[in-house]
Ligand binder design. Structure first.
Ligand SMILES: [Zn+2]
Length: 320
């Protein structure tokens, strides 16, 4: 082949031939679509198709152990119970936008931290207020503590600094909890599979988390409608295999309950799930009954005492 090469410094075409050792032949590069590529390279198909069955086959075949589950409000819409009430341990829950499960004082402590030059030199016992800093209080309170006050039409005020006690939910414009960032970067990288349930995937940065699992990791969406499609080779879901290199996304369109029941059934965990649901529902019923009992007892006590004019105590103080 090299005998055919006629190299000449003035002929750019010859120079090309010399460099590549190709004589007068042109090889057009055929651009294949991701689907065509997948047809030729079966390794690109992490899942056989976009069904929940394919996803479950993958879980079984690959003995997946670390599965991250991203959930939105949709999971309690059909079940009627949030994950904390369902008995999932705290260590397994990372709340992106917080919850009412705990609360914290947002007030400031009264003892000032004296900054440099904060004492007014003209007067020994007065501070220049602009140069004084107060530490955040941050005292933690339980959900029951806050609930009690809210139901009594009181503003939850901190017992230490009298600041407002706010549930640990993230309002628009506020930073997400530290635990969210810490766990997101660790758990998603090491995940063997990802399941997304009951979310519109519209609120950032939560929505972008689906891109954090590794490229060959399969993902399952259980939702009332298809969400999270960005028609990008690197971002969002690709349920048709037409835009991304690997075919790894499956979906189950329906309620969170139906999807989870089907998932459990196919994994051989159906009976276990039914027993768990029954047990946890019984616990909720017992706790609700106890709470109703407490409330009715309280009402009787309050009414009885309030009817007694001589005592003259206010209803509000009794409820405390
Ligand atoms: Zn406080």
């Amino acid at each position: 082949m090299s005998n055919n090469v006629r190299a000449s410094p003035t002929d750019s075409q010859s120079s090309f031939r010399l460099k590549f050792g190709i004589t007068g032949r042109f090889f057009p590069i055929k651009l294949m679509s991701p689907l065509e590529k997948k047809a030729q390279q079966p390794d690109l198909n992490i899942l056989a198709d976009n069904s929940i069955e394919s996803f479950v086959s993958y879980l079984k075949d690959n003995k997946c152990r670390e599965i991250v589950v991203m959930t939105g409000a949709g999971i309690s819409t059909s079940a009627g119970i949030p994950e904390r009430v369902a008995g999932i341990e705290d260590s397994y829950i990372v709340e992106a936008h917080g919850s009412f499960a705990s609360a914290k004082c947002v007030g400031k402590l009264r003892d000032p931290i004296l900054l440099e030059n904060s004492v007014d030199s003209d007067s020994d016992d007065s501070f220049d207020l602009e140069k004084v800093e107060y530490r955040a209080c941050g005292k933690e309170y339980s959900q029951d503590w806050v609930k009690q006050r809210v139901f009594d039409n009181q503003i939850p005020e901190c017992t230490v600094c009298e600041g407002i006690v706010k549930p640990n939910i993230t309002f628009f414009g506020e930073a997400l909890p530290n635990r969210f960032h810490a766990m997101a970067s660790r758990d998603f990288i090491s995940a063997d599979a990802l399941i997304v349930i009951g979310t519109s995937l519209k609120v950032q940065p939560f929505a972008s988390l689906i891109n954090k699992v590794r490229q060959k990791i399969p993902r399952l969406l259980i939702n009332m409608e298809t969400v999270g499609i960005e028609n990008s080779p690197h971002r969002g879901f690709d349920f048709t295999g037409e835009t991304q290199e690997y075919r790894r996304d499956a979906r189950f369109i329906g309620t969170a309950d139906a999807g989870c029941e089907k998932l459990a059934e196919m994994l051989g965990l159906g009976e276990k799930l039914r027993i768990l649901v029954d047990e946890e529902h019984s616990k909720i019923d017992v706790s609700n009954n106890a709470r109703n009992q407490d409330t009715s007892d309280l009402k009787i006590t309050v009414r009885d005492v309030a009817d007694d004019d001589e005592l003259g105590v206010s209803l509000a103080s009794l409820k405390l």
